[in-house]
Every structure is written in structure tokens, then in C-alpha cells.
Design a protein around this ligand. Sequence first.
Ligand SMILES: NC(=O)c1ccc[n+]([C@@H]2O[C@H](COP(=O)([O-])OP(=O)(O)OC[C@H]3O[C@@H](n4cnc5c(N)ncnc54)[C@H](OP(=O)(O)O)[C@@H]3O)[C@@H](O)[C@H]2O)c1
Length: 309
Amino acid sequence: MNEFVTLNTGARMPRIGLGTWQSPLSEVKSAVKAAIDAGYRHIDTAYAYGNEAAIGEALQEVFAEGKIRREDLFITTKLWNTFHRPEHVRECLEYSLRQLQLGYVDLYLVHNTVAWKYQPPPSLGRAEDDPVPFQQTWHAMEELVDLGLAKAIGVSNACGAMLWDILAYARIPPAMNQIELHPFCPQPELIQYCLRKGIQVTAYSPLGSHGTRAAAGDATQNVLLEDPVVRAIAAKHHQTPAQVCLRWAYQREGGRLCVIPKSTRPDHIRDNLGMCGWALDEADMRQLDSRPFYRFFDKIEMYGVPLFH
Ligand SMILES: NC(=O)c1ccc[n+]([C@@H]2O[C@H](COP(=O)([O-])OP(=O)(O)OC[C@H]3O[C@@H](n4cnc5c(N)ncnc54)[C@H](OP(=O)(O)O)[C@@H]3O)[C@@H](O)[C@H]2O)c1
């Protein structure tokens, strides 16, 4: 199974990355350093995560220690909803680059395909809706590639209709669609469409965003790592439920997806690399593919409308 996917730009992207959403400022720097020490070469962040500066410090330290060079790492960050107007797209990336202390990112994603009114950095709050045609945003994203500020561009949370639209006018087609993907939300048709169109897929929240719902007071149901089928398959293979979920995503589509579990715990960061060393059998995959559907991020709370159906 490949450790890398090849993007439609020809660049190689490590399939396993460290997620950093909700990684607190006090912990994300050591998490990134622990991940790089453990062998991760791909870090996923976003303007909206508010932790790019601490990640930048971690990167500077590992570069200064001579452990690794910039070109050995694959860094993804994302354009926030308040910067979709074409005149603000470059501003958002340049802000992120200053925080990350980098000259370019390997992949720049539009975080969500809907826009809010502009707010200057580092503002993050909910702003009013802004009717920006996505085509304008996408053409501004393409200019970032021309300028060498982003090696590749893509989208996140894009449904099939949105991708269909982008492909109609893109001079540079999206290299990636980063989507929610775990056994409660397998999305096979969307993945297959993406791959047919040369758009790679990254699985976000591969552990069901463990803890996020509990923190929001919803601990009673839909905890992926406590799902009886996930737990039974874990017991059968002498693995943890987390390993089963990560391996399921890693093994899908003949091993063509990227997976970005978040952790700030050094033991989890190391354990999560273990998704490469063993395999689920076909019966396990079938069972995991057919869990009851549940999307943790329907985005209704953010936008007042489901973005995906
Ligand atoms: N594009 C988007 O809209 C979007 C949306 C959501 C997420 N993402 C990206 O995807 C990444 C991952 O998604 P996520 O953060 O929602 O959730 P996730 O990776 O599914 O789950 C993270 C949670 O699982 C725990 N965990 C990690 N490894 C574990 C293990 N081996 N055993 C048990 N628990 C473990 C973590 O706690 P500890 O830290 O204590 O280990 C954390 O509470 C994000 O960080 C972000 O980079 C993108």
C-alpha cells in the first residue's frame, strides 16, 4: 500500500497527517514536534484553528535542529469563510504564511464552499452571509499557485454538485477534497467521483472527532470509538477501536486516501501511525461500510442549511 498519493499537480502527498483542529496553543507545538519525531511528514491546519503561529514555532525549531528540511514536509492550511472575496484570498494565505513562518504551503484548501462577510485577521467570529460567487474565489485561488504561494489548491467540504461546478470553469482543477470520513459517514459515491476526476480525498475526523460531541454535551450517542461493531472488530484483531477506524479509512479504495487524525498526546500520535502495519479483512470492511449513517459536521449550526444534501 502506498505511503503517498500523487496529486494532479504531480506532487507527492504523505497519506498520514497530523490533524490540529482544537489542539490547544499550549499543546500544539509539542504535538507537531512529537509527530515529526514519530515520522509524520504531513501537518493539517487552518486559519480558523487559530494555532498556526504555534505550529510555525514548532517547524522553525525542527528546521533549526537540522532534523528535517522544509521540502520534506507537506503543510496544508485553509482559506476561511470571511476571505472568499477575490481581493481577500491572497491576504488570508499571506497571513497564514506569516504565522507558519513559511514561504509557501503545499496545499491550500477553501475551508467551506460558502462565504461570510470580510473581517480582517485574526478575526474568527461568525459574520453575516456574503453572496460571493464561488467561481471568483476559485480564480483567486488559482493566482496563488501562479505566485508560488501554494503548490496545490483544493477544497474542503465540497459536495458533488459543487465539484461539478468548479470543474466547469477551473483553469487549475482542485487537487483535493477534504471531507468528513469515518465508518458512520463513508461517502463512497463522493469519493469515487473525486478519484475519477483526479481529485484526491483526505478523510477528516477519522475517529469521529472523538470527544468533540461529548464536549458539546452530546455524549449519549454516536460515539464512534464506542460503536459495538468497531469494538468487536478491534477485539478480533487485538487492536484499539481507534486503530480500526484509521485502518478502515487507510485501506479504502485500494489505499488511495489520506487520513489526518488529531491528537496532542504523544502516545496517541505514535499509535495512530500503526494504521499501516496490519489489515482488515473484507468482511470487516463490509461491516464497517454499513454502519448507520451519522454526520458529525452537517454544518447546519454554522450556515442554517445542510451543505451536503
Ligand atoms: N476541513 C474541515 O472542515 C475539517 C473539519 C474537522 C476536522 N478537520 C481536520 O481533521 C482533523 C481530525 O479531525 P478531528 O480533530 O475532528 O477528530 P479526530 O481526529 O476524528 O478525533 C480527534 C480526537 O480523538 C482523540 N484521539 C486521537 N487519537 C486517539 C487514539 N489513538 N485513541 C483514542 N482517542 C484518540 C483525540 O484526543 P487526544 O488529543 O487526547 O489524543 C481527539 O479528542 C482535524 O484536527 C483537522 O485537522 C477538518
